[in-house]
Design a binder for this molecule. Structure first.
Ligand code: GLY
Ligand code: MN
Ligand code: MN
Length: 516
């Protein structure tokens, strides 16, 4: 060990003899970074000029400004704290790929590896004197690019330029977002300013970043975040119920990339059938496509062949894919702006539905179509579900599966038909696959549909192989059809209409893809 380590520039401590080394420092035993002064001087010098910045204002910046103004209007006089969140550990000292909290992405337009720990703060100012005439001034606190003369440059595996690449500067992020930027070191003082009895009230989007929650609680002299913070969480969630033009365009891009991914999945089916874990072939095909064309998948792909399709969130995806069976594929590409599609198709593995498969499929398709017909401005969100359920209950009655009439089953006190579809028919879609999840019931489930809302319509029927209440021919069949829908002034648009839904169209599409 070097005798020069006493005045090293790194935070690493020299390795003591094994018997005296504390447990918490043993993680560094697998490698050794030089710490000598000569090394530090050498590694931090001799680097060329950085290229001039190419940062430019992002297209989304005008939209995020309007979103921040809308949030400002709900909380005059309050300081609003919206953390991006931190890295999440996947295994020991390796992290998951960073993805910011949806509220942060929505209000800044950012969504890359460069913003872990960043915090957007809307500082209250006199009404009308803030950004765009609002009652707040936004500042984005972040860890900017560290100089090459710092230990972070070469020794910090999480943030250092040697390890993860150069981070942007404060000026670059300000240019891209149109938001003033400041160093993260300034955050605590900025949050605490004028907080106290009769002063500014501080609200944080809770559970996005535990460290920020703690700072906020300390400044307020409280143990934890509280009810007022839940109001902010609710507000940033409700702010996303109506998508602006930028968001709609991004969602359409996500859906289009997803449609292309499903085409690759169909082409992969012969390989899936031949593989002992054919479901993984499907999952891997879609994941590879999502990484190539977008940021990632928006959620873990469900590739559920045969009976697995009756497990609603089958993500093990380790089963065989057999000719003669159906395979349910629920998958969505998340584009670089972090908006995701959420689409399901249930496909005959060999390209042709059997009679009973087609019967179940057609019932689900009719339920979905009834949902589409109900999805119009002025209707309630729950009407879409109710319309789909009326169709399914009627079909189950027709098949002799219900112990009561369809009408009786639809009574809220009964609901027998839900044995075969226990999930909901729709959810809002956006930056989160289940978007706007903290919105109040009166704006979500009981809410009135408005142009600009984007949500799924995804009825299904799932007959488990050990369900003794259905005839044998139905057992082991699971069907879900899921599309992404934009509410418009005069009805709706199926954003995922490019992916065939009708059973004949599905067969023709699969046949064409297999030939091509
Ligand atoms: N992919 C999850 C869902 O459809 O809600
Ligand atoms: Mn869904
Ligand atoms: Mn889905």
């Amino acid at each position: 060990m070097s005798t020069e380590s006493a005045d090293d520039l790194t935070s690493e401590t020299p390795t003591p003899a094994q018997d005296e080394q504390p447990l918490e420092s043993r993680g560094s035993n697998r490698s050794h970074r030089p710490q000598s002064r000569r090394f530090v001087e050498f590694v931090t010098s001799g680097w060329g000029e950085r290229p001039p910045s190419t940062a430019a204002r992002a297209e989304v910046a005008d939209f995020t400004a309007a979103r921040r103004s809308a949030l400002s209007a709900r909380f005059p006089g309050r300081r609003l704290v919206v953390p991006a969140g931190r890295f999440k550990v996947r295994s020991n000292d390796t992290d998951f790929r960073f993805r910011p909290h949806a509220a942060f992405a929505h209000l800044t337009g950012l969504g890359t590896e460069q913003e872990p720990d960043a915090v957007l703060v809307l500082h209250p100012v006199a009404d009308g004197t803030g950004d765009d005439g609002s009652a707040h001034h936004a500042v984005l606190y972040m860890n900017p690019l560290a100089g090459r003369d710092t230990p972070e440059f070469f020794s910090d595996a999480r943030y250092g330029e040697f390890w993860v690449g150069a981070r942007p500067t404060l000026d670059e992020v300000a240019t891209v977002t149109g938001v003033e930027t400041a160093h993260l070191d300034d955050l605590r003082d900025a949050l605490a300013k004028d907080v106290g009895a009769g002063g500014v009230q501080l609200l944080v989007v809770p559970e996005a970043d535990e460290a920020v929650d703690e700072v906020v609680a300390q400044i307020r002299g409280e143990e934890t975040t509280g009810e007022a913070d839940a109001l902010l969480a609710e507000a940033v969630s409700e702010l996303r119920l109506l998508k602006d033009a930028y968001e709609v365009a991004q969602l359409q891009l996500a859906v289009d990339a997803t449609v292309a991914g499903f085409e690759k999945v169909v082409r992969s089916l012969p390989r899936a059938v031949a593989h002992r874990r054919g479901e993984r072939v499907i999952e891997g095909t879609f994941l590879g496509h999502a990484r190539e064309e977008g940021n990632d998948v928006g959620y873990t792909t469900i590739a559920a062949a045969g009976e697995h399709a009756t497990t609603l969130h089958w993500t093990d995806n380790d089963g065989r894919v057999r000719a003669g069976e159906l395979v349910l594929v629920d998958a969505g590409v998340e584009v670089d702006s972090l908006y995701t599609a959420d689409v399901t198709r249930t496909l005959p593995v060999d390209g042709t539905f059997t009679d009973v498969q087609r019967r179940v499929y057609q019932a689900v398709l009719d339920a979905a179509d009834a949902g589409f017909a109900a999805a119009v401005p002025g209707a309630r969100f729950r009407d879409v579900h109710d319309a789909a359920m009326r169709v399914l209950a009627a079909r189950l009655e027709e098949w002799g599966l219900l112990p009561v009439s369809a009408e009786e089953s639809l009574d809220p006190d009964n609901q027998h038909h839900r044995r075969w579809m226990v999930h909901g028919t729709s959810h809002h879609l956006g930056l989160d696959v289940h978007d706007c999840a903290q919105a109040r019931a009166e704006l979500y489930l009981d809410g009135v549909l408005e142009p600009g809302m984007v949500f799924t319509i995804e009825p299904g029927l799932y007959f488990k192989s050990d369900d003794l209440l259905v005839p044998a021919e139905y057992r082991g069949i699971g069907v879900r059809i899921e599309d992404d829908v934009l509410l418009t002034a005069d009805g709706n648009v199926n954003l995922s209409a490019a992916l065939p839904r009708d059973p004949d169209a599905v067969e023709a599409w699969m046949a064409a893809l297999r030939k091509g």
